[in-house]
Design a protein around this ligand. Sequence first.
Ligand code: ADP
Ligand code: MG
Length: 616
Amino acid sequence: MTDIIRLLPDSVANQIAAGEVVQRPASAVKELLENTIDAGATEIKLIIKESGKLLIQVIDNGCGMSERDARMCFERHATSKIAKADDLLAIRTLGFRGEALASIASIAQVDLKSKRNEDEIGTSILIEGTEFKGQFPVNCQNGTSVTVKNLFFNVPARRNFLKSNTLELKYIIEEFFRITLVNPDIAFTFYNQDKILYQLPPGNLKQRIIKLYGPAYSQRLIPVEQQTPLVNIAGFIGKPEFAKKTRGEQFFFTNGRFMKSPYLHHAVENAFKELIPDDSVPSYFIYMEVDPQTIDVNIHPTKTEINFQDIKSIYAILHAAVKQSIGKFNISPTLDFEAEQSMNIPQFPDNYPIKQPTITINPNYNPFEKRIEPQTKFTFSPKPAPSAQGWQDFYAPVPANAEKLEFPKTDRELDGLKNQQLADETFSERKRSFQVANSYIVTHTHSGVIVIDQQHAHERILYERMLQKSEVNDMAGQHQLIPQTITLSPDNAQFLLEWMDYFTELGFEINAFGKGSFVVQAIPMNMETANIGVFIESVLESLKSPGKENKMNQSLTLAKTLAKKLSIKRGKRLHQQEIDSMIENLFACMIPDTSPDGKPTMVIQSFEELNRKLKI
Ligand code: ADP
Ligand code: MG
């Protein structure tokens, strides 16, 4: 038998690669824009026609290319950005695989013009489906212009696969946003069908967001900032009241690269917990800088995931940073837990020895070969130095003896640990709790003094109890009555019928008798039995009041309304036993630090802070 294996011609290999790199016009736009950034351009124009299917042109004033480079750049694996495997570990440029131009040129008609500052004359290269069509000297500006015409002209199957112009344009705009949001100091102009779609002057990040999303955003953004040895975080979050139902204004960038991370998304979302309706998502523009050696650089060209070595710590830092910003801008309670603070501001002692990451490299790893899983495994081990207590202590609100603990996976676990610790501390000193001004409960832990607002605290306790009941459908939480008949106005009667399921879920048993009459057979525990009719009517009235609450899960809304109505109010004197059980029940809650409305239930003053204030 004759040998049957042969090398693929370049044109075929490039087309195969193009399938990965360029799936649609938007991917070509992304690659071309990234090249301009890597080339150090300060002014970039993007011109498209027919959503990029007919024409994509990107013009920059970057470093330009020599005559040889202009020819070379279309070769597969031709890149100026890395020379050896080691360089991969310190990648700061967006591209590095040297595949984009080769891929684009294999499936389109490309005209490249480029000139370096130091050259008198530029070079123009024409190439079509990998086939070299010509090279000419041209008179052109410093920088590079790449014109890509008739994308997929030679791969009809892929061309047919493209979506409508509207959708393809949407994808392009998405890529444009991802690039422009991370380069606010660069001027961009985006022409679609000869009209300017976006004109972005250089500016700061906030100005860039406003230019992209409109002037209304100037009132909507809250800055986020946190610097730690592991990660520096900067950027903006949207105020909770502007949270949207649609995803799309959520951006993470790591070392100048757009990234998707459901895990870190959760960290941000969690920080907004109970501040925005369940079906809404917060906006955020978050920029993280990490040591390039602590992220996986073997990124697939079209993939937007990044592997971090210590994602859990980054989760905790990000969550704390966002929460802190929300608190600082007084739109939510600041969580003044001492434990929370040590999580919020992971200040390292001056002499804290930061351990250098250790890296093991597989010298045989070739990032350009397909189907080879990245074998470059980092063994970054932020082992605590004997003098320090380890990373957990800096980031996680866990007791000092918790080094053996697994780092909590979820926020809930974090909260759980925090509450447990606080509760443990609180009970040991329980006897010393007392009420002040018939409104506040004062108690203390080993680490500070706590002042609790009895009304907010009780709202929280009732709210969580009701939700628990609805989860387990615990009928024991009901209070059976001698049936009471109530009569409601026609519209309230109708309204109650609409909400009946949720009332039932929370422990009510109400039967309709027609003509606005209802018989109440049972009510949730803790509810006073006098004036049930008036009470239900007042609950219905509150439910009617418009506002974002009504968009929330209805059973949460009802539980919240009931908790507010039923709670012990400020001004009510409490007995010692009530004080103690209030504290105990509050710290048994999932989220003891805020009322169901997101208002603080307590203020904690750490002894440390007291000492500082008292100049002790
Ligand atoms: P990569 O970006 O991965 O290196 P590309 O195929 O995108 O690969 O580009 C190949 C090379 O061409 C780059 O490394 C760079 O040297 C050069 N190049 C591409 N676009 C430009 C540009 N707009 N300005 C200057 N040089 C460019
Ligand atoms: Mg590139």
